[in-house]
Design a protein around this ligand. Structure first.
Ligand SMILES: C[S@@+](CC[C@H](N)C(=O)[O-])C[C@H]1O[C@@H](n2cnc3c(N)ncnc32)[C@H](O)[C@@H]1O
Length: 217
């Protein structure tokens, strides 16, 4: 989990500062894309239609820990916090320090924790914040452009970290996230959101809850 200490960004140029002030969150997102196109994978944050559809199946009442990979400038963060119970937590993980610094500046909520790190280390990250399992993990990661082998490692760690009955939620332009989810999760529901730039595929991978009354119980 080394190499992702949350340090403040040093000496942004005047042009970068002007762009951020003028365009707000979109300016920060665009700057993140220009600096790390492969890791960010999109030039515009997700639409409100994608957010609504993606979060629809979540059972908020039973949610204690919601984790998000690749929050960017926090497109999903406030909608999640709006629905999250008051004693639950939202942990977001992003490799881009620019985004983590932006989130820490703009979201003031005691349930919110922004971690500069990689989704691949989700188990250590949630443990270090006192949790054993996550109820839901939401991912905006561009799985098709991630470095070789990283996507499968993230999908495997995500299955391990989610409690039985919980789910892995993904939205992506390509089928890569759906395919990885299907390799690990017990059931996958799928959807499509045309009102997004670009239109995207949605997937909900469910981890089966243990059967009550199973043999040996
Ligand atoms: C397409 S953007 C998602 C933006 C945002 N969630 C939205 O819906 O508008 C992908 C994000 O994944 C982040 N990312 C890429 N690789 C990552 C990794 N291994 N762990 C965590 N975040 C990562 C990028 O820095 C970027 O913020």
């Amino acid at each position: 989990m080394a190499g992702y200490e949350a340090l403040p960004e040093r000496n942004p140029t005047r042009l970068k500062r002007k762009m951020r002030n003028f365009f707000g969150a979109w300016g920060v997102f665009f700057q993140g894309f220009v600096e790390h196109p492969v890791m960010v994978g999109s030039i515009i944050p997700s639409s409100r239609f994608t957010i609504r559809k993606m979060l629809e199946p979540v059972d908020w009442g039973s949610c204690r820990l919601f984790v998000e990979y690749g929050p960017g400038v926090g497109t999903f963060c406030q909608p999640v916090l709006d629905k999250l119970p008051s004693d639950a937590s939202l942990i977001v993980i992003d490799t881009n320090r620019l985004f983590i610094d932006y989130l820490n500046r703009t979201i003031q909520d005691s349930r919110f924790i922004a971690v500069h790190g990689s989704a691949e280390d989700v188990e250590q990250i949630i443990r270090s914040h006192g949790h054993k399992h996550a109820d839901y993990v939401l991912s905006g990661l561009p799985f098709s452009t991630l470095p070789e082998g990283l996507g499968p490692r993230i999908a495997a760690a995500t299955y391990r970290v989610i409690r039985p009955g919980g789910a892995f939620l993904t939205y992506q332009f390509s089928k890569a996230a759906y395919n990885l989810t299907a390799q690990h999760f017990d059931r996958v529901d799928s959807g499509f959101e045309p009102l997004n730039i670009l239109p995207c595929r949605l997937a909900w991978g469910w981890k089966s809850a243990p059967q009550s009354g199973a043999a040996g119980e």
